[in-house]
Design a protein around this ligand. Structure first.
Ligand SMILES: NC(=O)c1ccc[n+]([C@@H]2O[C@H](COP(=O)([O-])OP(=O)(O)OC[C@H]3O[C@@H](n4cnc5c(N)ncnc54)[C@H](OP(=O)(O)O)[C@@H]3O)[C@@H](O)[C@H]2O)c1
Length: 326
């Protein structure tokens, strides 16, 4: 049995889902994978907030207590780039593997973090950072290793897709945005989603995995000013393809023929179609966000890391790194 102690940073939509999911799945993980995953600390900002189902004794508002305590894996589901970035770096420096759902930070500093992890023989799991529950990262990293990807195209922002689906049913943009906010799918400040920035960040991560080539050109247009013709299907499409010397990335609203596979992707769903030189097209589709779906991708990463580590490997790596920090 491999025991994994987890420092959970953040207990909001994804973190709260992770606590519930782990308590539901813990016995199955022990039996099926021989992994005994246990949360040792939970970092939050506000200790007095009501958090049904979350053991109070695990909560702390001290980043040092959470990060430097007894843990093997640090799960970062705080979001943003400033504190989250500092905590991920500290976790790596002290010899802990990291799992994160933070596409914003990975899009900005991913390469640096992966280099830091590789130097120390540590893992960074980031399946939840793109397309929530849809295992697109693992697919690009492992399942498609035998082929050269020529292009990928998809719907990677569930909020915009929800808004565009509502508009297709007759709502105006503002009304559809309010509806997304009421369902908890859009932030009070929806800029990152509706201006295409979130989709661009995700596309950068996917393109790095698919092509490992320099990005030559990026075009990003959101859905803030779209006008929908009656009966047409509009989607915020993210596309990456090879160009001489690298790859080109495009995020833009596109009208799709009704029989296009992405036209059938509705509400907050995500989907990606990958074209490989040998395999032709493969499509993957599912829930791109939400508490339990996203938490399931986070937990899969934790299990994967535990299975990759030899027993006691964590403890030894952490002890070696801690000795170096002293
Ligand atoms: N929501 C989704 O469906 C989804 C899907 C895919 C990826 N993600 C990614 O997952 C991450 C988390 O998203 P979320 O929706 O779960 O966010 P959220 O609901 O806003 O939760 C954030 C949590 O982090 C805590 N926190 C924030 N700043 C902190 C700080 N400086 N120090 C300590 N704790 C801090 C908050 O504490 P308090 O509770 O005390 O305020 C809260 O528990 C983001 O990177 C997001 O992009 C989310």
């Amino acid at each position: 049995m491999r025991r994994v102690r987890i420092a959970l940073l953040g207990c909001g939509t994804v973190g709260g889902g992770f606590v519930r999911l782990l308590s539901r799945e813990r016995d199955r993980l022990r039996e099926r994978y021989g992994v005994d995953a246990e949360i040792s600390q939970i970092l939050v900002r506000n200790l007095s907030k009501e958090r049904p189902g979350v053991p109070r004794e695990l909560l702390t508002d001290s980043p040092l207590k959470a990060l430097d305590g007894d843990c093997d894996v640090v799960v970062e589901v705080i979001g943003g780039t400033h504190s989250a970035g500092a905590y991920i770096r500290r976790a790596l420096l002290s010899g802990r593997d990291v799992v994160t759902a933070n596409k914003a930070h990975l899009a900005e500093r991913g390469r640096e973090l992966f280099d830091a992890a590789a130097e120390r023989g540590l893992f960074i799991g980031f399946e939840a950072s793109v397309c929530g529950a849809v295992p697109i990262i693992r697919m690009l990293q492992h399942a498609l290793a035998g082929d050269s990807v020529e292009s990928l195209i998809g719907i990677v922002n569930g909020t915009c897709n929800f808004i565009l689906t509502r508009m297709e049913e007759g709502m105006e943009f503002d009304q559809a945005l309010r509806s997304a906010q009421q369902c908890g799918l859009a932030e009070a400040d929806p800029t990152l989603d509706i201006d295409g920035i979130d989709a661009e960040q995700k596309l950068r991560i996917l393109a790095e995995l698919a092509f490992a080539a320099p990005v030559r050109r990026v075009t990003t247009r959101g859905i803030r000013h779209v006008v929908l013709k009656r009966g047409s299907v509009l989607r915020l499409v993210a596309e990456a393809y090879r160009v001489p010397g690298g790859v080109e990335l495009r995020v833009e609203p596109r009208e799709l023929p009704p029989d296009h596979p992405l036209a059938a992707v509705r509400d907050e769903e995500n989907a990606v179609i990958i074209r490989g030189r040998a395999m032709g097209e493969v499509m993957i589709r599912g829930k791109g966000a939400g508490s339990l779906p996203t938490a399931s991708a986070v937990l899969s990463d934790v299990v994967e890391i535990a299975r990759l580590r030899p027993p006691l490997g964590h403890a030894k790596a952490a002890a070696d790194a801690a000795a170096l920090l002293k």
